[in-house]
Design a protein around this ligand. Sequence first.
Ligand code: NDP
Ligand code: 8X3
Length: 257
Amino acid sequence: MLTMKGRTVFITGASAGIGKACAEAFASAGASLLLAARRADRLRALAAELATKHGIQCHCVELDVRQRTQVENTLGTLPAPWKEIDVLVNNAGLGRGMDKLQEGSPEEWEEMLDTNVKGLLFVTRAVVPGMVARGRGHVVNIGSLAGRELYPGGNVYCASKFAVKALTRGLKMDLLGTPVRVSTVDPGMVETEFSVVRFRGDKNRASSVYKGLKALTPEDIADAVLWVATRPLHVDVTEMVVLPTAQASATLNHREG
Ligand code: NDP
Ligand code: 8X3
């Protein structure tokens, strides 16, 4: 197992859910953390808590991954010790709505594609050249079961996650011959703020998504991401699918009660 001590881990979307749980998992493994999201107040509170609890270094950047110039400037002007990123967790992402395509909102499509696809590309483009130059690094994308299977109303969200799968495979090919590893961790249902964001604060609709089944926790996925990142350097777990026991496919769940 590879140690995370002395390693710098950059997590996008670390203010909530899976990203926040990844920060906690990598902190407990002794990594230094570079944390990004738009809600900087949440990041600062998390960083203070993790620094105290685990005695690790944290640096927070307020970042909207959709803004290409902001991504380039922020990542291009990091203080010296934070420039050398060993693990990039491309986690920032969201779904908006579940309308039929023919009734959907182009603004919501843009928000999903700008965040889940272009945001991931902008961050990856800014970070990976340094990994190649230093001869070490690992990109872990948070994909989704929705990047492997469709479900009604999933249309553009699924397309964005199919794109993440294509970009993971493409980057793996493009980095062949370098020591930089590329992985995607693809969860099924995880109970986070995801559905509250998707349904714009409608908590009843959001909680109905997970009703009657035990969904994954963000910590379950963080555990998987940490495991993937700590394999020996010659081992690249390129794709990992993690589902709740009560989920068999994007459309097949077992609910009780
Ligand atoms: P949450 O809504 O709990 O967290 C999403 C995170 O992404 C927040 O920290 C948010 O931070 C950040 N984010 C969103 N937009 C941007 C942006 N433009 N710039 C920077 N950060 C952004 O959802 P999850 O934790 O569930 O989602 C994390 C990832 O996991 C996503 O990529 C999602 O698609 C994926 N996923 C989720 C599943 C689930 O069932 N929950 C299943 C499969 C995959 P802030 O708002 O502060 O910017
Ligand atoms: C997570 C959301 O609806 O596809 O990717 O399970 S969903």
